[in-house]
Design a protein around this ligand. Structure first.
Ligand code: SF4
Length: 433
């Protein structure tokens, strides 16, 4: 039987030291994506960037400009738009102009498939208005056309000094390359599993295309690579191998993640593992919007992934307990949601007025069990009364109990306390904290 008296602090072995989890650093070239004076750095030690993609018809220039603006305000640092027809290419400079007029300097990325070589050649104003081109090596043409059309796109990027993403997607993998690799594999005495060849073909397509782009005239720091898959384990396997084999900046995302909880969880599961390993310099969460859901949801999820991992801070975080049988009222749920909504809504203004406010932690807790403890760990926290507790809600500020709220107006009073705290701590005349 275990001798319980032997379990004490002094008996903890030295190897019981708890290693802090620190995301690994990824070494890569740093790509610069520019529009005007706005420069978004990708890779090379820059913070992991968030990007999103519109789902408007690009020909609808006003509708597209409005959605780009919404995505940018939500926190997308780069926004990709579809450029699939001559009409869409003709609309791109107008979209850019609209955004500039609205004071939105987010760089635009053009998403090209099949006819990008023609669109970039025939529409120089489009090529100029975009800050980055996405090239899918599986969709640039077959046979000898492939190399020529790929070269035309790369030459446009070199001419206008734009960054490119060489974006391989397993749903549109270069079939000639895959067939060749499958045939070579079949000749081996001990052939690899077909899945292995698929992984290899995806990586080879990306890396070889990047090398070709450099031979044509791009610098390594103009190139960003991606190898998107829709399976979480597939994505992890491929990106680990890709990161070992190249030092280009990497765009990371689970393609066709799906909608709602499934898409959110699958994207988070895949991206969290890789980001923790230092793999991924810019991310996109490919959510299918649910009916009525805003396109900006994919940005919200991307920001949350980075903030949850401690890689970046975008919004003050609200810690709230899940609630249980000790608190049967929904007061704390409502208060937590109100505070969260309020903080998010204010951030576009606050991030300019109150530098550092994005690192603030607010706790809204449901009862005395974890309420005071969790509230003390937050910058400002409230422990609401659980069932049967005295109707009093202690508020903790910077780890100390500051006051107790009572009565029917607790929510509004706590709201005011949070605002007051932000003004005092992060306001321009704030004293050092
Ligand atoms: S803090 Fe209280 S109400 Fe909230 S989950 Fe814990 S025990 Fe339940």
């Amino acid at each position: 039987m275990t001798d319980l008296s032997a379990i004490n602090e002094s008996s903890l072995p030295l190897d019981a030291f708890v290693e802090p989890a620190v995301p690994a650093a990824h070494r890569s070239h740093q790509a610069l994506v520019r529009w005007g004076s706005r420069i978004v750095t990708i890779g090379g030690g820059a913070p992991v960037r968030v990007q999103a993609m519109t789902n408007t018809d690009t020909v609808d220039a006003i509708g597209t400009a409005i959605q780009v603006k919404e995505l940018a305000i939500a926190g997308s640092e780069l926004v990709r738009i579809t450029v699939n027809t001559p009409e869409a290419a003709a609309a791109v400079p107008y979209i850019r102009e609209q955004l500039d007029r609205m004071g939105i300097d987010v760089p635009l990325i053009g998403d090209f498939h099949y006819n990008g070589h023609r669109l970039l050649t025939d529409h120089p104003a489009c090529a100029q208005a975009l800050s980055k081109y996405r090239i899918n090596p599986g969709n640039v043409g077959k046979g000898d056309k492939h190399d020529r059309q790929f070269a035309l796109m790369v030459e446009a990027a070199a001419k206008y000094d734009k960054a490119v993403r060489i974006g391989v997607n397993w749903g549109s993998l270069d079939q000639e390359l895959l067939t060749r690799m499958m045939d070579d594999n079949a000749k081996l005495a001990e052939p690899f599993e077909p899945q292995q060849i698929m992984y290899r073909a995806i990586i080879v397509s990306a890396v070889e295309s990047a090398r070709r782009a450099q031979q044509i005239g791009l610098r390594a720091d103009q190139i960003i690579l991606s190898c998107k898959m829709s399976g979480v384990q597939d994505l992890i396997s491929v990106y680990r191998a890709l990161a070992k084999r190249c030092d280009y900046a990497l765009h990371l995302g689970l393609t066709e993640a799906g909608m709602g909880t499934k898409g959110t969880v699958a994207s988070t599961a895949a991206l969290a593992v890789l980001l923790q390993e230092g793999i991924g310099d810019t991310i996109r969460v490919s959510l299918t919007p649910q009916p009525g859901e805003a396109r900006t949801q994919e940005v919200v999820v991307a920001l949350e992934i980075l903030q949850s991992l401690g890689l970046r801070a975008f919004n003050p975080s609200v810690t709230a307990c899940p609630g249980c049988g000790r608190t049967t009222s929904t007061t704390f749920q409502e208060l937590a949601k109100q505070i969260d909504d309020f903080l998010r809504a204010q951030m576009p203004v606050w991030k300019l007025r109150y530098p550092g406010v994005e690192t603030m932690k607010v706790a809204v807790m449901g009862c005395i069990v974890n309420g005071p403890g969790e509230s003390k760990h937050a910058d400002i926290g409230i422990s609401l009364p659980g069932t049967g507790e005295a109707p009093a809600a202690p508020v903790f500020i910077d780890g100390e109990k500051a006051l107790t709220l009572r009565g029917d107006n607790i929510a509004a009073e706590f709201h005011a306390l949070v605002e007051n705290y932000i003004e005092k701590r992060f306001g321009s005349v704030a004293v050092a904290h």
